[in-house]
Design a protein around this ligand. Structure first.
Ligand code: ATP
Ligand code: MG
Length: 602
């Protein structure tokens, strides 16, 4: 049975008390007995002296010629009776040989109850005292030589009942028993209440330790006394505070780390040697559709992750591989995490390369398209200049046509370079707008007039209709570029003999310009992409293979329109043509628009 510390302490106290109590009882009883025995010895020695004197006188008074020891034997009964009366003890007399010659109580008894003491007295020639218990009563047995005129004439013996001592010890034992019981009771009560007081802080410590075990660290023990328990509680409180602050620190570190992990743009998996996931971030769910994975084996459909884990476990230091997973291009980078004093763990980083690969693809297309774009006009220009110089052409018509072609191709090159420069500026957010009040009808008329020359070459007619429109605030050159690019596309993608409708009107405080062609149209999927830089639907779709394009026209259009707080929409169906709609706000107009007049007069 396991006893509690408190019960053990109470039992120890009881044991200690009982031990001390028994020592006290023993000493008291021994002391009392010693006192009574000494007193009895004195009394019996005195009785011996008195008796010897009495015997001597009685025998001398007889005036007998017999020896003293014979007279002692002859008168022994008388003497014993008288001595017994005087001393009120039982008196036994013995001759010099040790034979009992008289007993004041039992005259006929032949059994010598003092035989042992008498033998000793005879040997040592001295008084002998012993204490015996007869019928539960302590009795002193005493023998002594009777010496008269320096001669031992016989022996005298007494039996002396020590009932006083017995009575005293009896009463004392009753008192001791009652006192002991009261003492014990008192001891138990005091120990109990003291131990409650003593154990309370220990109980508190235990309770708080359990609470701490359950994760509650905001606890302190209150103990008002300055003593060892006070020191213990103080140290304990300090320890709890320290643990609490360490835990808070760890928690904030953990949160910070979780924040870092969450803000990383890559998926991250940290795995221990047994394949348990130590940490992962939200991209793991995004990429692999596995929530809260506990082990690497939770990725049932992603065997490539398990393969990387196995390779790392087998000692590979760096793994990098690209895979296609759920329409994504993922780069997986695996490496071991080695830290001194810690088991080796592993980390797999999953990087989404889809956009990067897309950009790479776009750039590849761009480079091939730009090279093609640069190459076409340059080949034409070089061809014509070669022809003019080498063949020494004199026909004025051929010379004029050739120069016109060289000029047109030069402009095409210039437009391409301009577009490239603009895109570069847009990307670096450096584009500088010079906004003035401008008349959009005038601007569009100029553009249509300019583009009609080009359209006529393919027998295409541009119709421009407009309401009367208020002035708007905008960059004249840039907005011209917007409509040139759109109409240029419309011409490029129209069949010869078709028409292009340009309409400008006012709607809900906005100027709406629509450029409608009847060309091949653009599918819904392509409509979402054609405003991206370098995007072209098909490399070879344009009607006129001479035209080509770099896929920058509509990107530039969108950037300029948005920088005017406007928007661009597209309504198109494959086979039915395309309608590009530009909406510009007419809210912000300069009050003193001197510059706009300038433009109008251009
Ligand atoms: P660039 O304008 O830089 O010389 P581009 O005309 O090819 O080259 P964008 O003007 O940006 O480039 O047009 C992007 C793509 O949208 C074109 O390649 C074309 O496929 C499609 N597109 C644009 N306008 C029309 C249209 N009116 N009809 C049919 N497709 C069009
Ligand atoms: Mg274009």
């Amino acid at each position: 049975m396991q006893l509690s510390y408190r019960i053990r302490m109470i039992l120890y106290n009881i044991l200690l008390f009982a031990f001390a109590f028994l020592i006290v009882v023993f000493c008291v009883f021994q002391g009392t007995s010693y006192f009574f025995i000494n007193q009895t010895k004195d009394v019996l020695l005195k009785a011996t002296q008195d008796s010897t004197l009495f015997i001597s006188q009685e025998l001398k008074n007889l005036h007998s010629s017999e020896s003293l020891d014979n007279q002692f034997i002859a008168n022994s009964l008388y003497l014993s009776k008288n001595i017994s009366e005087n001393e009120s003890h039982r008196v036994l007399l013995f001759d010099t040989e040790g034979n009992q010659i008289a007993d004041s109580v039992e005259e006929t008894s032949i059994y010598n109850i003092l035989a042992t003491e008498l033998t000793l007295s005879m040997t040592e020639n001295a008084p002998v005292f012993t204490l015996k218990s007869i019928n539960d009563t302590s009795t002193a047995y005493f023998t002594s030589p009777v010496v008269i005129d320096n001669t031992v004439i016989g022996y005298i013996g007494f039996t002396y009942s020590m009932y006083e001592m017995d009575a005293f010890l009896h009463v004392a034992s009753i008192f001791f028993a009652i006192g002991g019981l009261i003492g014990l009771l008192f001891l138990v009560i005091v120990t109990l209440s003291f131990s409650r007081h003593f154990f309370q802080p220990i109980k508190d410590l235990t309770k708080i330790s359990k609470e701490i075990n359950n994760g509650n660290y905001n606890l302190t023990i209150y103990y008002k006394h300055v003593d060892e328990i006070g020191d213990l509680t103080h140290a304990f409180n300090g320890m709890v505070t320290n643990i609490n602050s360490v835990i808070l620190q760890l928690e904030s570190e953990r949160k910070r780390l979780a924040g870092v992990l969450a803000s990383i743009d890559d998926g991250l998996l940290a795995i221990d040697k047994n394949g348990n996931i130590i940490t992962s971030n939200s991209y793991i769910k995004t990429y692999f559709n596995v929530s809260n994975p506990k082990t690497i084996y939770d990725f049932q459909h992603q065997s490539f992750l398990r393969d990387i884990f196995d390779s790392l476990k087998n000692g590979k230091d760096h793994i990098s591989e690209e895979i296609d997973c759920n329409d994504r291009n993922l780069l997986l980078i695996g490496s071991p995490i080695r830290e001194k004093g810690f088991e080796e763990n592993y980390m797999i980083i999953i990087r989404n390369m889809t956009a990067a690969r897309h950009i790479q693809e776009e750039q590849r297309k761009f480079i091939s398209s730009v090279s093609h774009e640069l190459r076409t006009p340059l080949t034409t220009i070089i061809g014509y200049t070669d022809m003019l110089t080498r063949r020494q052409v004199v026909d004025q018509e051929i010379i004029t046509r050739s120069l016109n072609t060289i000029n047109r191709e030069g402009h095409r090159l210039l437009r391409l370079v301009d577009n490239l420069l603009n895109v570069n500026k847009f990307d670096r957010a450096e584009f500088d707008f010079k906004k003035t009040n401008l008349n959009i009808v005038l601007l569009l008329s100029e553009v249509v007039e300019q583009m009609q020359i080009k359209a006529s070459q393919s027998d295409i007619e541009i119709n421009y209709v407009s309401d009367e429109l208020p002035e708007i605030l905008g960059d004249y050159d840039r907005l011209q570029q917007v409509f040139i690019n759109i109409i240029h596309n419309a011409i490029k993608y129209s069949n010869s003999g078709e028409i292009i409708d340009v309409i400008s009107a006012i709607e809900d405080n906005h100027i709406v310009v629509s450029i409608r062609d009847y060309g091949p149209g653009i599918s819904e999927i392509e409509q979402k992409r054609i405003f991206n830089a370098f995007y072209r639907v098909e490399e070879d779709r344009s009607r006129n293979s001479d035209e080509g394009g770099s896929g920058l026209g509509l990107y530039i259009v969108k950037q300029i329109v948005e920088k005017h707080d406007g928007k661009i929409d597209i309504v198109s169906q494959v086979g039915e043509g395309t309608n590009i709609i530009v909406t510009l706000p007419i809210l912000s107009v300069l009050i003193y628009g001197g510059e706009s007049d300038e433009k109008r007069n251009k």
